[in-house]
Design a protein around this ligand. Structure first.
Ligand code: ADP
Ligand code: MG
Ligand code: ZN
Length: 480
């Protein structure tokens, strides 16, 4: 039987406000345990929360960017549960009137398919602390620094049918929030975390199967592995005649497996009730208009503009515009050197290689657009060839701010040689050193031309201009 995957995502995003959602403690990541706390965020009796205005602003902007209806009159609710990372024993969240509903996000998958994912709702809430389990024995240390860090939770409809779609969606959320400047969405630091709800059903069926939920998956790679593992587990169970149990499962990244954690809780289990300590929020037309008018240029608009203005192919433009940081580097470099094709080339080859093979993150790229532009001008003027260019680019990319491109090329003697006499001499030397290969050529084996070109390039330490080498090798072979 052929099976279809059905998934819905609940994504938590930490908002990049300076202070917490209901107090003025810093939201900075890390810090010595329990140093970013106060009586409010640790839930001391008698304290009262006050909503941070900036949290509301960032949240509403996120809702607008994801095409949601903004709930003009919204409220907070109290979600009660006991867990040692939650000193108040309740989390202030939104259940009955979340601030945003009925949104939609366009995604484009790696294979180029576009699709709309519907957003059920987005709500604001506070984060909980962290529990550090001792490596030396039976002890757990609570760290409340993260208590009260503002979050939005984006709940999608069960619209995903493949891991590829899930990854495209998360990348889209990340890009959108980066452009808005409301979160850095660093999955590795937990500022964006996804709960994956997954069920399977026979292909063609229009009923949903029983789902399981895998919480707090924090990398794209892990997401793909969770989906592959859990869908296979469910299919195997159903094919054996077993039932999938609706439950929360824990993903163990080292073992590459999910484990039953607890049966699925529902809203009743949390004894939700309206939060009595925070007055309802009312959002005006002017506020909505202000935020709508101040939206930045997002990736879709950039993709179209890069095509029209710079002739960049859609697939490339999607990758560049998909990250605020790559887009910024691209646009600022092009503004200086006015050579979009060449800038695109180095981003799509070398920078992609550094990102995919060496784990470079776009937000950590330090390359100065002025230097990048200077490099592009050197390559475009043919002063170094592409092969040498790769070496120079790599050096420049990972270097400190004081790296000097011109000086590096000069000090290492990398400038391209276009001296016909020198190249002709090298060709003669290569022929003299390889009489047997010359003989092969005479006997009609023209494929040895490539060998001669390679040897001449090597003889000239890779600095000769490839076009000229080709030409002269051809001329000299014609003479023998
Ligand atoms: P809860 O609040 O109990 O977690 P929701 O109905 O809000 O449940 O759904 C949570 C997430 O699970 C949503 O993203 C939703 O799209 C998804 N979901 C719901 N039913 C299914 C299903 N049968 N298969 C996969 N995902 C589902
Ligand atoms: Mg849930
Ligand atoms: Zn505090």
């Amino acid at each position: 039987m052929e099976w279809e995957l059905v998934m819905g995502l609940e994504v938590h995003v930490e908002l990049a406000t300076k202070t917490k959602i209901f107090c003025s403690c810093t939201t900075e990541f890390g810090g010595a345990p329990n140093t970013h706390c106060c009586p409010v965020c640790t839930g001391m009796p008698g304290t009262l929360p006050v909503l941070n205005k900036k949290v509301l602003e960032y949240a509403v902007k996120a809702g607008l960017a994801l095409n949601c209806d903004i709930t003009r009159y919204n409220k907070f609710d109290r979600k009660n549960y006991f867990y040692p990372d939650l000193p108040k024993a309740y989390q202030i969240s939104q259940l009955y009137l979340p601030f945003a509903q009925n949104g939609a996000v366009e995604i484009t998958t790696r294979s180029g398919k576009t699709k709309t994912i519907r957003i059920h709702e987005i709500h604001m809430e506070e984060d909980a602390g962290k529990l550090i389990h001792s490596a030396y024995g039976d002890a757990t240390f609570p760290d409340y620094n993260r208590c009260g860090v503002p979050l939005i939770e984006i709940v999608s409809e069960p619209d995903f049918r493949s891991a590829e779609e899930v990854v495209a969606y998360l990348a889209k959320l990340k890009s959108t929030f980066e452009y808005l400047g409301i979160s850095d969405c660093k999955m590795q630091e937990g500022s964006m975390r996804a709960d994956v709800n997954l069920s399977v059903r026979p292909k063609g069926s229009d009923e949903f199967g029983t789902r399981t939920e895998m919480k707090n998956i924090n990398s794209f790679k892990a997401i793909e592995r969770v989906i592959a593992y859990e869908s296979a587990r469910q299919i195997e169970a159903i094919e054996k005649g077993e039932k999938v149990v609706q439950e929360t499962r824990r993903w163990d990244d080292n073992k590459g497996k999910t484990f039953a954690m607890r049966s699925k809780e529902n809203a009743q289990d949390y004894r939700y009730f309206p939060e009595p300590d925070i007055p309802p929020i009312s959002i005006s037309d002017e506020t909505i208009k202000d935020y709508t008018d101040s939206m930045p240029e997002f990736s879709e608009a950039k993709v179209i503009r890069y095509g029209e203005q710079f002739g960049i192919a859609k697939a490339d433009a999607e990758i560049i515009a998909g990250s605020k940081y790559l887009a910024k580097l691209f646009e600022e470099t092009v503004a200086i050197c006015n050579n979009p094709k060449e800038v695109r080339y180095w981003i799509m080859t070398q920078i992609m290689y550094f990102m995919n093979e060496r784990g470079v993150l776009p937000e950590n790229i330090k390359l100065d657009p002025k230097k990048f532009a200077q490099f592009i001008e050197i390559v475009a003027a043919d002063r170094i060839n592409k092969q040498t260019g790769k070496q120079v680019f790599e050096e420049m990319f990972f270097a400190d701010a004081d790296f000097d491109v011109e000086k590096y090329i000069k000090d290492n003697g990398l400038e391209q040689v276009d001296d016909s006499d020198a190249i002709r001499e090298a060709v003669a030397a290569v022929f003299a050193a390889n009489p047997a290969t010359v003989e092969q050529y005479k006997n009609g084996q023209t494929k040895v031309v490539g060998f001669f070109v390679g040897q001449v390039m090597k003889q000239m330490s890779g600095k000769a201009k490839p076009d000229t080498v080709n030409k002269i090798v051809g001329e000299e072979l014609a003479k023998i």
